[in-house]
Write a protein that binds this ligand. Structure first.
Ligand SMILES: Nc1ncnc2c1ncn2[C@@H]1O[C@H](COP(=O)(O)OP(=O)(O)OP(=O)(O)O)[C@@H](O)[C@H]1O
Ligand SMILES: Cc1ncsc1CCO
Length: 271
């Protein structure tokens, strides 16, 4: 069983080290991602001009790339940033936003995954299924009903196949989050349905994971980021959508270690 007391100690570590995180994300999410990274104690840089990747990426401590709202320039930037991050041995994570809705995004994702080594592949059920099977029931950037209703066994196996293929951890988010690496899996049952009523909460989670992965391994980084975000959401005022959003952002920076430890719902298993 994960030692939660050790897990939350990573929060002090990140505040001490203040790692620099290069996050190439989408314009819908960019402010939320940059602020989430700042609120947990790291420093974001969201540079995206292809010609400055050579200067920016190698000076960072981790790279995250996000396929939401892709355009030609960001496509080139993501490839170049992944190249320079790989050369430097930095952890890289990819958020597969919208690959179930667009063949372009699916091909971009496959190309990057074939060329570079990623620490984490992340998406909702439709995005993970699209990558593994080539098709999904995605509703734009959101999960489709058919994919959402797939059995736990089916989605765990799908994540495991991808984890083995790409030698990376795989995170499928939703009501229950599934984190898989090789033969081990974690189920995280925190969060609340209101999280899907705000745009880009998945992108925000990616930002948080990319902050923590600069100071710890991919499993600890993913688990801690999910607990902060999802228990933070459980503790937030749900009366009005925008107040919920503001409260959630505050909770990311201020939620206590004790509340995280008391409310965490993590199960572990072997496949
Ligand atoms: N029904 C739910 N109950 C609890 N938590 C949820 C629920 N739906 C989503 N979440 C949580 O919301 C966050 C975002 O997950 P989601 O799967 O909606 O991401 P996404 O589709 O990639 O989001 P986006 O594309 O808007 O960034 C995760 O932390 C996830 O655990
Ligand atoms: C709405 C939307 N469109 C592209 S990215 C994004 C944010 C949620 O993924």
């Amino acid at each position: 069983m994960k030692n939660l007391k050790d897990l939350v100690k990573i929060r002090a570590e990140i505040r001490k080290k203040e790692p620099l995180i290069h996050a190439i994300t989408n314009p819908i999410a960019i402010n939320m991602v940059a602020n989430s990274i700042l609120f947990v104690g790291a420093k974001p840089i969201c540079a995206e001009h292809p010609q400055e990747m050579e200067d920016i990426t190698p000076k960072a401590d981790a790279l995250s790339i996000n396929l939401g709202n892709i355009n030609q320039s960001r496509m080139e930037a993501m490839d170049r940033a992944s190249f320079f991050a790989s050369k430097k041995g930095l952890p890289i994570i990819i958020d597969l936003v919208g690959i179930g809705a667009s063949r372009l995004r699916l091909n971009v994702a496959k190309n990057l995954l074939d060329k570079y080594k990623f620490s984490l592949l992340k998406g909702n059920a439709s995005e993970i299924i699209a990558l593994a099977k080539g098709a999904s029931s995605a509703k734009g950037v959101d999960v489709g009903k058919d994919d959402e209703d797939k059995s736990l066994e089916y989605v765990i196996k799908t994540c495991q196949d991808l984890s083995k293929k790409y030698q990376a951890a795989v995170l499928l988010t939703g009501k229950i989050d599934i984190l898989v690496k090789d033969n081990k899996y974690y189920l995280i049952e925190n969060g609340c349905p209101e999280l899907s009523n705000i745009t880009a909460t998945g992108c925000m989670l990616t930002g948080l994971i990319s902050a923590f992965i600069a100071v710890t391994d991919v499993i600890n980084a993913s688990l801690l980021a999910m607990l902060i975000m999802e228990i933070g959401a459980e503790m937030s005022d749900k009366d009005k959508p925008y107040s919920f959003f503001v409260d959630l952002m505050d909770k990311i920076g201020t939620i206590s270690d004790e509340i995280i430890i008391d409310h965490a719902k993590i199960k572990e298993g072997e496949i």
